[in-house]
Design a protein around this ligand. Structure first.
Ligand SMILES: NC(=O)c1ccc[n+]([C@@H]2O[C@H](COP(=O)([O-])OP(=O)(O)OC[C@H]3O[C@@H](n4cnc5c(N)ncnc54)[C@H](OP(=O)(O)O)[C@@H]3O)[C@@H](O)[C@H]2O)c1
Length: 227
């Protein structure tokens, strides 16, 4: 039987590209909130099943993970981005972003550690360049991605020798999220070709997954080649 990979945020964007790429060698659990969108991805992949639910709901997470006792790859791609000056950032925005980008990653990983250990598996967190730098307007998003890096750095050492933990940091990538960010910033001439293609991030994740068992790619940055 092929190894099993769970990809969160696989209904769209980077997660979808990762699911498509890994499907050549893995059975895929397709993560997303929109049942119909997830079903469409499941139907296009050779061996796939849905993993539907809001990752910020702890009960949903526990129920969704209950049948998984062996997992080779866990890719955390689901995420949200909110930008704006701190003076205008409401507490609910901080909570929404940290719930999705940090707390859900922590809880899903916690629930699946036994299954990952059983398979000597790999955790891949899709972080961001914003996990290394914080600029005006980026307190919430960068804050969540810095926290995600702290989480993966700690987890890597806690699980060393049993589960490998990688942090992949894309720059601007051509997805719905980037389109929204450019629109919010007043750029009405969106040109996706200026950004990293989601398939290129998937190629980076493929490199992480295919790295022989005696080594781990701990941090990997992938950024637009132009401008
Ligand atoms: N695009 C960029 O420029 C860029 C750059 C660096 C890092 N990243 C990171 O890359 C990752 C993927 O981003 P993307 O550009 O592919 O985003 P996207 O196109 O907006 O897709 C986001 C995905 O996350 C899922 N998701 C969001 N909140 C969720 C929740 N509470 N529960 C379950 N699923 C949830 C969405 O599911 P639904 O379809 O159900 O909404 C969707 O599948 C994120 O972690 C992001 O921070 C993106």
């Amino acid at each position: 039987m092929k190894p099993l990979a769970l990809v969160t945020g696989a209904s769209r964007g980077i997660g979808l590209a990762i699911a498509r790429d890994l499907a050549a060698t893995h059975r895929i659990l397709v993560g997303g909130r929109d049942e119909a969108a997830v079903a469409r991805v499941v139907a296009e992949l050779p061996e796939a099943a849905p993993f539907v639910g809001d990752l910020t709901d702890a009960d949903t997470l526990a129920a969704a993970c209950s049948g998984i006792d062996r997992l080779d790859v866990l890719v955390h791609s689901a995420g949200v981005a909110r930008f704006g000056p701190l003076a205008e950032m409401r507490l609910e925005t901080w909570r929404e972003v940290f719930e999705t980008n940090v707390f859900a990653v922590a809880e899903l990983t916690r629930l699946l550690i036994p299954a990952l250990e059983a398979a000597k598996g790999i955790v891949v967190a899709i972080n961001s360049g914003s996990g290394f730098h914080s600029n005006p307007g980026g307190a919430v998003y960068s804050g969540s991605k810095f926290a995600l890096r702290a989480l993966t750095d700690a987890l890597r050492e806690e699980l060393r020798g049993r589960v490998r933990v990688s942090s992949v940091h894309p720059g601007r990538t051509d997805t719905d999220m980037q389109r929204q960010m450019q629109s919010d910033a007043g750029n009405e001439n969106y040109d996706g070709s200026r950004y990293v293609a989601p398939q290129s991030v998937a190629a980076a994740v493929r490199l992480v997954v295919d790295t022989p068992e005696n080594a781990v790619i701990e941090n990997l940055s992938i950024r637009p080649a132009v401008f």
